[in-house]
Design a protein around this ligand. Structure first.
Ligand code: AMP
Length: 276
């Protein structure tokens, strides 16, 4: 992979990179499409990264289907699919970890200790291997994108991050490889996650400025449904991820819930009363 990238770079061709864990859906594919608009060369990686899963998480059962993924990618302009093995990425004597401080102490990090260290480490490794000019990330995993952006700034990496909007099912549910875990009842309950964010936006549009009241309303909606167990509902500053009490110029409302055995996250940016 490194040699191929070196060749592209010598030829003066720009590289756009889309890191994924596979089991691709339209969310991933929107990143691939954007990559094609950003650069002449598009590289997609597929690697279910073991270091970002906790010991009791779903690494083993995470959905995998590389044949299907490659088939889906055929419809797009993709130059290389990089799909390393676990042993190639983490040989036995691999001991280095990247730790991004501060923004990895809140939101998802509370219930997933070590998760962002695993993410930062694998993304830095992939960046070293692929040497992209641009890297496409999804707003769906907002905190992840902020952690990567922070790492890139702090370590003076020349990669430009492009954050792409969350792609949703027609009923609003944010697309996720983990949605395949949901049974019919759980799938219905999961709809409340995006609905609650719509409600947050409506409240802001109608003049509500208290972030606390908005979060309270979201929790209420979840509590009314017996299947949803809330992990967090928070209003935070979009870059520092520090909690805010009043809506600011831009506020991130981020939620994480568990439905059955499936953990789902979603978020919305409220921009002085309008959503993006
Ligand atoms: P994953 O395979 O879940 O690690 O995701 C790979 C990339 O796709 C990450 O940058 C995600 O944020 C992004 N992504 C996942 N789901 C969506 C979605 N529904 N819309 C947009 N981007 C997404």
């Amino acid at each position: 992979m490194h040699a191929i990238s070196n060749r592209y770079r010598k030829e003066g061709r720009k590289i756009a990179f889309v890191p994924t864990m596979g089991y691709l859906h339209d969310g991933h594919l929107s990143l691939v499409r954007k990559a094609g608009q950003m650069a002449e060369i598009v590289i997609v990686s597929i690697f279910v990264n073991p270091t970002q899963f906790g010991p009791n998480e779903d690494f083993e059962r995470y959905p995998r289907d590389e044949v299907r993924d490659l088939d889906l990618l055929k419809d797009y302009k993709v130059d290389v699919v990089f799909s390393p093995t676990r042993e190639e990425m983490y040989p036995e004597d691999h001991v280095t970890r990247i730790h991004v401080d501060k923004i990895t102490k809140v939101l998802c990090a509370v219930s997933r200790p070590g998760h962002f260290e695993g993410v930062a480490t694998v993304v830095m490794k992939l960046m070293q291997i692929v040497q992209p000019d641009f890297m496409m990330l999804g707003q769906k995993d907002y905190q992840q994108a902020m952690v990567i952006q922070q790492m890139i700034r702090d370590l003076n990496s020349p990669v430009e991050i492009i954050i792409c909007p969350t792609v949703r099912e027609s009923d609003g549910l944010a697309m996720s490889s983990r949605n395949t875990y949901l049974n019919d009842k759980e799938r219905k309950a999961a709809l409340l996650v995006s609905k609650s964010l719509d409600e947050a936006v409506s409240m802001a549009e109608e003049g509500e400025t208290s972030a606390e009241k908005i979060c309270e309303r979201i929790r209420e909606l979840y509590d009314e449904n017996g299947l949803i167990s809330v992990e967090y509902v928070e209003a935070v500053h979009p870059r520092t991820l520090e909690p805010v009490r009043k809506l600011e110029e831009i506020t991130l409302i981020a939620v994480a819930v568990t439905i059955g055995k499936t953990r789902l996250i979603d978020n919305v940016l409220i921009e002085s009363g309008s959503k993006s």
